[in-house]
Design a protein around this ligand. Structure first.
Ligand SMILES: C[S@@+](CC[C@H](N)C(=O)[O-])C[C@H]1O[C@@H](n2cnc3c(N)ncnc32)[C@H](O)[C@@H]1O
Ligand SMILES: [Zn+2]
Length: 284
């Protein structure tokens, strides 16, 4: 049993049902509970994550198959320049040693890179298989300062004004909810696809491949952007398995007709590019 040991993370949690503060019920019990009148309890799994989703939210997010493909692809290191840039920005703005929340953390590839320098990180995702994979990874790496919970990023089990940095990487950006949990002067770091992201792959699939739309509708609009960087990387997939892993972790996987998707099935190698924008916003 992996126990939630990081007191800083426990202190920012709140009950998804009654919003009361949370505590570890008995040292070593693997149960966290709220201090509200109904004492809502949340069991930690054998790998240490908790399910904070409410019945109306459960079952969404990425499937086990998608999580497996993305983990396999990310573990090959193609996105490590992106991950390192996010980690550097997080360290730069984490000046008070407070808590980082990774909203839409998937299987924790970026979360764990942020945690490696000792930052206390809470990863939130609505996908149970993703959170389970993230937690297994933290357990494998004996990392006590990363904790993962199943919950929607639209309504996180986190206290108002309690966290120092929110990272939001290729996942839904919910400005109001992220601002709610951030401390005054806290920072929101959003990573999303730049114009040229994966164009090499898109050119194989589509006859008229368009540049990506960078003015995403959900990007923050009521909070000040204080820094923006663009990170590029050359991606060389040397076998079809890797090509298909990459394809299945993109939104195109869901949007593309079978006829167009099938074009990738015979591709033995693919050179494409990562083009990622990382924007930093400061809460006031
Ligand atoms: C493209 S993946 C990115 C995962 C991870 N940040 C990464 O870059 O490897 C998007 C993630 O957002 C999660 N997601 C989608 N809608 C969500 C919601 N309403 N609440 C929490 N997570 C959500 C999915 O389950 C998935 O893990
Ligand atoms: Zn409660």
């Amino acid at each position: 049993m992996k126990i939630l040991k990081d007191k800083k993370i426990i202190d920012v949690l709140c009950c998804p049902h009654c919003r009361a503060e949370m505590y570890v019920r008995e040292e070593g019990s693997g149960v966290i509970a709220c201090k509200g009148p109904k004492t809502h309890c949340f069991d930690l799994s054998s790998v240490g994550h908790a399910n904070f989703s409410r019945p109306s939210q459960s079952g969404g997010g990425d499937s086990a198959v998608a999580v497996k493909a993305r983990s396999a692809f990310l573990n090959k290191g193609f996105y490590s320049p992106v991950s390192d840039a996010i980690e550097k920005l997080t360290s730069k703005y984490l000046t008070d040693r407070g808590v980082v929340v990774d909203a839409g953390c998937g299987e924790g590839y970026y979360t764990m890179n942020i945690a490696k320098n000792g930052a206390s990180v809470f990863g939130v995702d609505i996908s149970k298989p993703a959170v389970e994979a993230a937690s297994k990874r933290a357990k494998r790496e004996a990392c006590d300062n990363a904790f993962f919970g199943v919950a929607s990023v639209y309504e996180m089990p986190i206290r108002d004004g309690s966290v120092s940095v929110v990272t939001n990487i290729f996942a839904p950006c919910v400005e109001n909810e992220y601002r709610r949990i951030l401390k005054k002067d806290g920072v929101l770091i959003v990573a999303y696809a730049g114009e040229d992201h994966l164009m090499g792959m898109k050119r194989i699939i589509y006859d008229n491949a368009y540049l990506n739309e960078v003015n995403r509708a959900d990007l923050p609009s009521n909070i000040k952007e204080i820094e923006r960087i663009r990170v590029g990387a050359d991606i060389l997939c040397e076998d079809n398995e890797t090509v298909m892993e990459l394809f299945s972790m993109t939104p195109y996987y869901w949007r593309t007709s079978k006829e167009d998707s099938d074009k990738l099935k015979s591709v033995e190698a693919l050179r494409t590019e990562a083009d990622v924008i990382i924007s930093v916003y400061r809460a006031e």
